[in-house]
Design a protein around this ligand. Structure first.
Ligand code: T3D
Length: 259
């Protein structure tokens, strides 16, 4: 049985852990498939309304397992990406539930891309991130070239990607690469508190907001206005919208069901 991914449901929150701590949670093909399967399960489970993604041990994720490619000079890296990482990144960005990366330690290569594809990034003060691709003669992949400049701007993205130097979590928070840092022992409690809060919000509206934001990145204003109108029509028909209106006029906190 593959144990490289662990998942635990805590009420409305799924906690997913990358679980190859002795290999800094570096990705193997089996692990990619296992994460893909777990995310599909999360997508289908209506009880789950928020996700925390973290790593076991001292690392978040060291990207591709370099041992698994070291002695395979004929390996087609393009296919590895198309079949493994790309669907994973798309799955995360299209998942219509909020996803929080709880970055417990170092994140490197595709491990950074994974965190970039999450909606929130909270890190331990001891964590660091490294666009390590250049250090082994590769280009940033798994969505990094698209996500990173949109998150921190081209100037900083170029610096991190060309130089391949580690950036501490504290500096990453300063440039907006992650949302915030916290003491290591507070990381999971803080990530869980945020996930529980997000899990009580109108999940359909949050999901459609995510969809509109990602689509908007490639749209004109006219297209975004049209898309917002389409999605608002759907949001306006949700039970949660009705509950939001009732709660407003009854002057109470809404109790959203995610429907
Ligand atoms: O087809 C394709 O492959 C294309 C797709 C590519 C996607 C990618 O992600 S490419 C980028 C792959 N990742 C890296 O290049 C990161 C390599 N690792 C590092 O740069 C550093 O290890 C870290 C910055 C992650 C951590 O540094 P540090 O100083 O905390 O630890 P360390 O001493 O370097 O590593 C500890 C051990 O983990 C060490 O093994 P040892 O000496 O104790 O037996 C090291 O070899 C191992 N390790 C670290 N990263 C990987 C790894 N083993 C396999 N794969 C790794 N990615």
């Amino acid at each position: 049985m593959d144990t490289s991914i662990r998942v635990e449901q805590r009420d409305a929150v799924a906690v997913i852990s990358l679980n190859r701590p002795d290999k800094l949670n570096a990705f193997t093909p089996d692990m990619q498939r296992a994460l893909q399967d777990v995310l599909t399960g999360v997508e289908r489970n209506e009880e789950i309304r928020a996700v925390v993604l973290t790593g076991e041990g001292r690392a978040f994720c060291a990207g591709q397992d370099l041992e698994s490619i070291q002695h395979h000079p004929d390996l087609n890296y393009g296919e590895v990406l198309k079949q493994g990482y790309n669907p994973l990144i798309l799955k995360l960005t299209k998942l219509e539930k909020p996803v929080i990366a709880a970055i417990n330690g170092v994140a490197a290569g595709a491990g950074v891309s994974l965190a970039l594809a999450c909606d929130f990034r909270i890190a331990s003060e001891r964590a660091s991130l490294i666009q390590s691709f250049v250090n082994i003669g590769l280009i940033p992949d798994s969505g990094s070239t698209w996500l990173l400049p949109r998150i921190i701007g081209l100037t900083k993205a170029i610096e991190l990607m060309f130089l391949g130097e580690k950036i501490s979590a504290v500096d990453a928070a300063r440039i907006g690469l992650i949302h915030r840092t916290c003491p290591p022992e507070q990381l999971l409690p803080e990530a869980m508190a945020l996930a529980e809060r997000l899990g009580k919000l109108p999940t359909k509206a949050i999901g459609m907001t995510k969809r509109a934001l990602y689509k908007g990145l490639g749209n004109t204003l006219e297209q975004s206005l049209e898309y917002e109108a389409q999605l608002q029509e759907l949001a306006g028909r949700t039970n949660d919208h009705q509950e939001g209106l009732r709660a407003f006029f009854e002057k109470r906190t809404p109790e959203y069901q995610g429907r």
